[in-house]
Design a protein around this ligand. Structure first.
Ligand code: HEC
Ligand code: HEC
Ligand code: HEC
Ligand code: HEC
Ligand code: HEC
Ligand code: HEC
Ligand code: HEC
Length: 414
């Protein structure tokens, strides 16, 4: 699976036809994952590395010690938002097996002499890996019950199994866009079978808060990404909402955060991946609170020459920052200029929804291609069809992403 060799890692973002965006994404994550654990204090006798002070914030729930309350409590007073959010992919980011797993019972694919099966056994889903000899006889077999399904299924699903007190990834993966089962991303290069540990870093981006203790599987406080991941801990606010001149300093509303880098930090905790992420000395991603700058907690870097650095060509944050809209609006453009993090637009409203978002800034100076010409190509004048198309997937790609550089001209198809 030659994915990155053909891509010049210094090429600008906006190279299209990126093979297997998901594979690269997850590869980058593996690197970060290994460094995402809590940093250990310096060796005995050595002073611990200096920890830069965390900038202060007027939001009281950025202070250490404010408790989390969980989504059910928020839903009591914000029922409509909570209902909508349960339909968003982030609100369905993880589930207990079988979750959204497509029904299967039997062999789903083979890889060399390995045969992979998904089996239904008395209400449980079991993944099996068998090695077969030339005569087709099974010479080795491993079976693991699936505990959790990671992903909403928009692009793919990873399956987590528990054994020996730990959580591991199954080599069996579901690719939603090509609608097929296959090996986990990058496993064609190095098959880790059932031995790839699911570290806290992985769950930081894909689930709600977790408690970890060595030798035991993580304890989840809500499986899916929760309200407080973007709003900060809610105990003060849930006890007594305190609006003061339209602001409530007990809970963060990301839309109000200034400067804008603070607003973007909320999404960057999970959407800015670079080629590696490591904690600042003495800190961890888990110490971050919405309202604070994410870079005070994690350093995201882009390695030159590292094939995985091409990952930045698939990052939404990096691509958006390259866009003329971002650069010429003085950084006004952010993720929530176009995305409602609580709810996806219904399919029939999608075109009008994004047109509306573009018009917020382009009402005066709009498209320079005359409307009749646009309509000839796009009867519904879908701005995103021409300026934010899906990047075409190469033949080994399992997934594609929407071009976030917002180019003037539709990128060439390969
Ligand atoms: C007891 C009812 C109650 C609970 C529980 C509650 N809220 Fe609120 N929330 C309100 C009210 C009332 C407002 C509007 C007035 C205000 O801002 O205080 C509000 C406002 C907000 C705002 C906007 C604040 C602003 O400054 O614009 C956010 C964000 C918010 N809530 C998030 C949450 C989250 C997240 C939770 C769960 C951790 C939660 N709320 C739990 C009643 C509640
Ligand atoms: C830095 C944050 C981050 C880490 C760490 C991370 N992911 Fe992801 N992952 C994402 C984001 C963001 C997406 C959505 C990207 C998109 O839709 O283009 C995603 C998408 C996925 C998807 C597709 C989900 C779907 O519903 O379509 C799978 C499967 C996945 N990741 C698996 C993993 C596994 C397994 C790990 C740990 C080994 C991991 N990820 C670690 C941020 C992360
Ligand atoms: C992925 C991040 C994210 C998650 C998860 C999230 N929110 Fe929000 N929320 C935001 C952002 C961003 C805004 C500001 C939206 C805007 O004004 O464009 C917001 C705004 C709000 C507001 C202010 C009023 C409004 O209608 O916009 C409330 C209340 C709120 N969220 C409650 C919740 C509750 C309850 C949950 C969980 C069910 C939740 N949010 C989950 C990011 C998130
Ligand atoms: C705690 C981690 C986390 C945070 C914080 C977060 N995201 Fe996500 N986001 C994810 C993951 C993981 C997915 C993929 C979910 C899936 O499909 O399984 C995702 C998916 C999405 C999607 C894709 C929906 C689709 O069409 O499939 C959008 C859009 C998005 N996030 C926007 C945002 C915005 C805007 C913010 C900031 C307000 C934000 N996210 C904050 C982790 C996060
Ligand atoms: C926050 C404001 C903002 C939003 C929202 C926004 N843009 Fe822009 N965009 C700008 C600015 C500012 C420019 C540069 C001045 C100009 O060309 O009008 C620009 C330029 C462009 C260009 C010219 C790019 C080039 O390189 O020549 C295109 C195409 C474009 N925008 C399309 C879109 C589309 C499509 C959307 C909606 C999906 C959108 N924009 C949303 C602010 C925005
Ligand atoms: C100018 C508008 C615009 C901005 C700004 C924007 N997006 Fe998007 N985004 C889109 C559109 C349009 C789609 C495609 C939605 C669809 O296909 O229904 C999309 C899709 C996505 C997806 C789903 C996967 C994919 O690639 O199709 C994710 C994840 C995402 N955006 C994250 C982000 C994040 C994170 C930011 C901020 C760094 C951001 N977006 C900023 C318009 C925007
Ligand atoms: C059929 C494809 C198509 C559609 C649909 C389309 N555009 Fe364009 N747009 C173009 C092309 C091509 C250009 C460049 C024309 C040129 O260079 O003269 C352009 C140019 C632009 C520019 C740059 C204008 C300038 O003065 O430099 C903006 C902004 C823009 N489009 C916004 C939009 C918005 C907003 C929508 C949705 C209402 C939209 N476009 C729909 C193809 C399209």
């Amino acid at each position: 699976m030659d994915q990155s060799g053909s891509l010049d890692s210094r090429s600008k973002v906006g190279r299209y036809g990126i093979p297997s965006a998901l594979a690269l994404l997850i590869a980058a994550i593996v690197l970060w994952d290994q460094t995402a654990r809590r940093p250990v204090p310096g060796p005995t006798g050595m002073p611990a590395p200096a920890v830069a002070p965390i900038p202060s914030s007027p939001y009281r729930n950025t202070q250490p010690g404010v408790a989390y309350v969980g989504d059910e409590v928020c839903a009591r007073c914000h029922a409509e938002i909570a209902r909508g959010y349960r339909g968003h992919p982030m609100g369905r980011s993880m589930s207990e097996a079988p979750g959204p797993e497509p029904a299967a019972n039997g062999v789903v694919f083979t890889a060399g002499d390995l045969v992979y099966s998904v089996l239904q056994r008395g209400g449980k889903v079991v993944h099996r890996e068998e090695r077969r000899d030339a005569q087709g006889r099974t010479v080795e077999s491993t079976e693991r019950a699936v505990h959790y399904v990671l992903g909403s299924g928009r692009r793919g699903l990873a399956f987590l199994v528990e054994h020996d007190g730990g959580l591991y990834q199954s080599p069996i993966t579901w690719y939603a866009e090509t609608h097929r089962w296959g090996l986990a991303p990058l496993y064609e290069m190095q098959n880790l079978h059932f031995t790839r540990s699911i570290t806290p870093g992985c769950l930081f981006c894909h689930s709600n808060r977790i408690d970890v203790a060595p030798g035991r599987p993580p304890v989840f406080h809500g499986l899916t990404i929760g309200c407080e991941q973007c709003h900060g801990p809610g105990a003060l606010h849930a006890r007594r909402p305190e609006p003061v001149d339209g602001r409530d300093w007990t809970i963060v509303n990301p839309a109000d955060l200034e400067p804008r880098s603070l607003r973007e930090s909320v999404c960057e905790q999970c959407h800015l991946q670079g080629s590696s992420r490591r904690p600042q000395p003495g800190r961890s991603a888990f110490d971050f609170r919405p309202g604070l700058p994410f870079d005070a907690f994690m350093v995201v870097s882009w390695a030159r020459g590292d094939p995985i650095a091409t990952i930045r060509a698939v990052g939404h944050v990096e691509q958006m920052r390259q866009s003329t809209c971002y650069r010429e609006s003085g950084g006004e453009l952010g993720c929530i200029s176009c995305h409602d993090p609580h709810q996806l637009p219904a399919p029939e409203e999608r075109v009008a929804y994004y047109q509306g978002r573009c018009q917020e800034c382009h009402a005066e100076r709009g498209c320079s291609l005359p409307r009749p010409e646009r309509r000839a190509q796009q009867p519904d004048d879908d701005c995103t069809a021409c300026h934010m198309p899906r990047s075409p997937a190469g033949d080994i790609a399992h997934t594609a992403i929407t071009v976030h550089t917002i180019p003037r001209h539709r990128p060439m198809q390969r």
